[in-house]
Design a protein around this ligand. Structure first.
Ligand code: SAM
Length: 390
């Protein structure tokens, strides 16, 4: 039992060992510049000695017009062996795996070399103009110490532990924080996260959902992936081993693409769009093919969220969804997911006429043998009038 518990804890920690590349942060955050002026940014899962989030904000501190930057990290957080050149700031003391808090209020060229770099940042910590101190507790984002810092912050930006993603987002929502964060792609389907997307409280960031983000990970993890032949778990990027974990950016800060109207060129013709045989709606497997004049319910893939403009479309719900491994049963036109026999999440399911034969088989015991595709159910708020027959 103790052995199993250790294995589970190790597997859980593994899920959290994906360290974000500076280039991916730059690509996303260049769209948010106006939001940062005069604000306090908190990176609450970020070791100031190695986080690219911390590096991004500290080096762009003046360009963004930040008021304050705070970064805290978790005790025992495994590092990706890519320390920033700050290690000597604590007087040669071993900083590895210790929970630190960095508070930055000033950044300038201390060395006189004409630009601001990490040497200047180190110098400003050494001189005490900025603060680098050990936390009292373990740096858990849920600790009172870190929650007090969260209360002080205007915007939270990080890649948090995926194993605690639901709780992490709940904490930010409860405290009404603005955020730009990385999360697992599967979070779109979480019963705690999808309703936030549906209610326009959270949306997908600028980086397209289909982007294959590559992360830095500790050597030991990469070696393990190579040894166990898990080729889909890593990739060689510019000569370096990087790990892969299907991820997306999520935010509640306004971004341009939410106001861009999706240009719809197709008109509805019954022969072009399969209908669901168990639901009053049509299936559209590619967002670009949404018919401009269809007034009813439309099922679209997750990638629709990249182009979702809430003034143009309304999200009605989600039809079937992960985790498909959960115990489920069909009740009317819903699939209910069960835990200890109790329904903990229900969702409509949609089956197209074309695939009715094989995409959802109801077994004798009422359980579906194979689940149909997951679809987001939407409605066009301003459909064009149908074309007059000539
Ligand atoms: C996915 S990694 C990302 C690290 C960093 N934000 C980045 O993007 O490079 C998540 C980090 O959260 C840390 N972590 C795990 N549990 C935590 C907790 N309860 N509170 C704060 N951080 C935690 C992990 O150790 C890990 O360093």
């Amino acid at each position: 039992m103790a052995g199993n518990a250790n294995l589970n804890a190790a597997a859980k920690a593994r899920k959290d060992e994906f360290y974000t590349q500076l280039t991916d942060i730059e690509k996303e955050l260049r769209h948010y510049k106006k939001h940062f002026q005069g604000k306090t940014v908190f990176c609450n899962c970020d070791d100031p000695f190695e986080s690219s989030f911390f590096k991004y904000f500290v080096l762009n501190f003046n360009r963004l017009g930040l008021k304050k930057l705070i970064a805290t990290c978790y005790a025992g957080s495994p590092i990706a062996d890519r320390r920033l050149s700050l290690s000597d700031v604590t007087g040669g003391e071993e900083t590895k795996n210790r929970p630190y808090k960095a508070v930055v209020t000033r950044v300038y060229d201390t060395t006189g070399d004409g630009s601001v770099d990490m040497l200047d940042v180190a110098e400003l910590f050494k001189s005490g103009e900025n603060e680098l101190t050990e936390l009292e507790g373990d740096g858990d984002f849920r600790s009172l110490e870190c929650l007090a810092l969260l209360d002080e912050a205007d915007i939270v930006v990080t890649n948090p532990p995926f194993s605690l993603f639901r709780e992490y987002v709940a904490t930010l929502m409860e405290r009404e924080k603005k955020f730009v964060i990385i999360g697992p792609k599967s979070a779109l389907h979480y019963k705690e996260i999808f309703p936030l997307i549906k209610e326009n409280k959270v949306w997908v960031g600028m980086t397209p959902i289909s982007t294959d983000l590559h992360f830095m990970s500790p050597k030991s993890y990469i070696e393990q992936l190579i040894e166990s032949n898990r080729a889909s778990g890593y990739i060689i990027d510019n000569g370096e081993y990087m790990t892969r974990s299907p991820s997306i950016w999520l935010t509640n800060l306004d971004i341009k693409k939410r106001h861009e109207e999706l240009i719809l060129v197709k008109r509805y013709r019954p022969e072009d769009y399969p209908r669901y045989y168990n639901y009053d709606g049509i299936d559209v497997s590619q967002t670009a093919n949404i018919p401009c004049d269809y007034t009813g319910m439309i099922g679209v893939p997750d990638t629709f969220l990249d182009q979702y403009n809430p003034e143009q479309f309304e999200i009605i719900g989600m039809a079937t969804d992960v985790p498909k491994t959960m115990v489920h049963k069909v009740v009317g036109d819903e699939i209910q997911y069960l835990k200890d026999g109790v329904c903990i999440w229900s969702t409509p399911y949609t089956v197209t006429e074309r695939k009715a034969g094989n995409s959802l088989r109801i077994n004798d015991n009422g359980l579906p043998g194979k689940l149909p595709y997951s679809r987001i159910l939407i409605r066009n708020k301003h459909p064009e009038p149908p074309k007059e027959e000539t």
